[in-house]
Design a protein around this ligand. Structure first.
Ligand SMILES: Cc1ncc(C[n+]2csc(CCOP(=O)(O)OP(=O)(O)O)c2C)c(N)n1
Ligand SMILES: [Mg+2]
Length: 595
């Protein structure tokens, strides 16, 4: 039986397609799934077989790239090939798919669309989402000869990928695709890019002798749960339980690790208030007695106040970045801190640490729970009561806004209605800017089975990401919240949703402009804008419900706040994509962060 080096390791090759193999006699580790063995096949066949074996169910693209692969997919796989309206949509849908399912999302573009695709990876990069991008690229025979549509795209992917590589020879398909899945899913997850030879990646039409093996571990996040060193766990527990006023800051790493239960268990055992980053918002429900809200810039006042009253911060799976810390004012640099992260290089980047734990969040938190002395919880009774009264004050202060009956509608009221009425297993997807502020601060998850995903900065991300999320988790309701400026970006993809029967619900906070910009323009106009200044941030009034209907979706227009719950209920029952167009107050502004 022939053997051949795979990634430098000598495997045992079994001539039984689709059977998991063991590597190396006596080693006994399940390492991969053979889909064929040193057989002549097209790159396209190899790619199609590998993607299917990795569990990919959807790919998002603008033609034409890897054409042969797409043709072959039709006969060899069940993968859905979604032709969408822009490369950024393809990247955002792949990102939403990845964040909802935990599996890498795949997006593709030909050479001329490559930079649009790279731009679309930026949010996945910022949010640590495992997106794999394939593009067409240059051919050694013709590059530097002014080939139509061609520039060197590879450098543009560099700042937004963990791994950025070229596939020039068909025989490299198996190992390069495997490396793409490894890089996207391991450690802190993130996007990767493979550029295939030929402006449309025509290298996939070449034949090679290949072993299209896949490694199932890397088909989802996290592939491994690295255990932290026990001494580091004990050191962190010691610092944590000796603090009088600690607070846990839960970041996106908690969501990536699926560590919410362990996080809440540790917080309960030691009686520690919990705040989250926007990316970690679904780590704890809003109604949990220790939950204080989202901290940082797009935040809830109570969270910032609790963090700034704390004597120790425990960061879990957080980059401690500017958004989560309100540019390092919450907490202030110098506040004692400990940190848990899968990436050792993240430990201590912004806050000097008293203890550091390197490992998977779920495992690390479970080990901390096992090692902690629960009897120390009693001394934090007054602190927990203080945090709870700060949270109560917040609800009392914002009750009028959350329950506002004004027409046009106050967006806070939409957030409040969503808190009450999205289903127990819903995935809520939120755009950035004002949408991020409104929902980050005003929306509460009601159950631990609800999920929350947000744009890490790109206006327009949420609508396509919500469609991608529905592809990645078809059995769960998906409710997206976006402003009208955000919605305009990819409005053409209503047609994609209708064509592919992606029955997500999209709530548009329609105020006729990008009103988050209002405060900034007030400032530069010295306090009062000229009438003409509004051309910088407002649009024509639009009825998105009617547009949605014209494109084959269901459109529901909501003008009175009391009508929203019934609109949402009927949208969730519909067998088509639904746009709920909510007419809101252009002068309503979300509260600013306190520090
Ligand atoms: C790609 C991108 N460009 C620009 C911005 C800056 N930006 C943030 S919010 C915003 C306007 C948001 O308008 P809309 O979605 O209608 O929400 P509203 O503020 O009206 O509630 C802009 C332009 C951004 N975040 N992302
Ligand atoms: Mg708007």
């Amino acid at each position: 039986m022939a053997t051949r080096g795979l990634d430098g390791v000598k495997p045992i090759c079994l001539l039984r397609p689709n059977v998991p193999i063991e590597w190396a006699p006596g080693c006994g580790r399940k390492m991969g799934m053979m889909l064929g063995h040193n057989r002549k096949m097209l790159g396209a066949e190899c790619m199609a077989d590998m993607l299917e074996a990795y569990g990919v169910t959807h790919v998002f693209h603008v033609p034409a790239v890897l054409r042969k692969t797409f043709a072959v997919m039709e006969t060899r796989t069940k993968i859905k090939r979604l032709h969408v309206h822009s490369e950024a949509t393809a990247a955002y849908m792949a990102d939403g798919y990845a964040r909802a399912s935990g599996k890498p999302g795949i997006c593709m573009a030909q050479v001329i669309g490559a930079l649009n695709l790279a731009a679309g990876l930026r949010d996945a990069w910022l949010a640590h989402s495992p997106v794999i991008a394939f593009t067409g690229g240059r051919d050694p025979k013709t590059k530097f000869r002014h080939v139509y549509q061609e520039v060197d795209d590879v450098p543009a992917f560099e700042p937004v990928t963990k791994w950025n590589a070229t596939v020039d020879d068909v025989n490299r398909f198996p190992d390069m695709v495997r490396q793409a899945f490894r890089a996207a899913t391991t450690g802190t997850p993130g996007p990767v890019h493979l550029q295939f030879r030929g402006n449309e990646g025509q290298v996939d039409g070449d034949e090679g002798e290949m072993e299209p093996m896949v490694e199932p571990e890397f088909s989802r996040v996290p592939p491994f749960r690295p255990e932290p060193d026990q001494a580091s766990v004990l050191a962190a527990v010691k610092v944590l339980q000796s603090a009088a006023r600690p607070v846990i800051v839960a970041g996106g790493g908690v969501r990536a690790s699926g560590a919410a239960r362990e996080l809440v268990a540790l917080a309960e055992a030691l009686q520690i208030p919990v705040v989250t980053s926007l990316n970690g918002k679904d780590s704890i429900t809003g109604s949990h007695p220790l939950s204080c809200g989202v901290v940082g810039s797009y935040s809830r006042e109570s969270a910032n106040k609790v963090v700034n009253a704390a004597d120790l911060i425990c960061f879990v799976g957080s980059t401690t970045g500017g958004m989560t810390t309100h540019f390092w004012a919450v907490p202030k640099i110098g506040t004692p801190a400990i940190q848990i992260d899968i990436n050792p290089e993240a430990l201590g980047v912004n806050y000097p640490l008293q203890a550091r734990v390197n490992g998977d969040a779920k495992v690390a938190l479970a080990k901390m729970l096992a090692a902690c002395d629960k009897s120390t919880a009693g001394k934090r009774k007054a602190w927990v009561e203080q945090a709870q009264s700060i949270v109560k004050e917040w609800y009392a202060k914002y009750k009028p806004m959350l329950e506002s009956d004004t027409v046009p509608i106050n967006p806070a009221r939409i957030c409040h209605e969503l808190s009450k009425h999205v289903p127990d297993d819903a995935i809520v997807v939120v755009d950035t800017g004002h949408a991020g502020m409104w929902m980050g601060g005003m929306y509460d998850l009601r159950t631990s089975t609800q999920s929350y995903m947000r744009s890490a900065g790109h206006l327009g991300w949420a609508f396509p990401a919500g469609l991608g999320a529905k592809c990645g988790a078809p059995d769960r309701p998906v409710v997206t919240f976006t402003g009208d400026a955000g919605f305009w970006y990819h409005i053409g993809d209503i047609e994609t949703a209708v064509r592919w029967k992606i029955n997500a619900v999209t709530v548009v906070n329609n105020n006729g402009g990008g009103n988050q910009s209002k405060r900034g323009f007030d400032r530069v106009y010295g306090g009062t804008q000229t009438e003409q200044a509004r051309e910088l941030w407002t649009f024509n009034k639009m009825n998105f419900a009617r547009l949605a209907e014209d494109m084959g979706a269901i459109g529901i227009r909501v003008e009175k706040p009391g009508d929203f719950p019934a609109a949402l209920a009927s949208a969730l029952k519909a067998d088509r994509p639904v746009i709920i167009d909510v007419v809101t107050d252009i002068d309503a502004l979300a509260p600013l962060a306190v520090s």
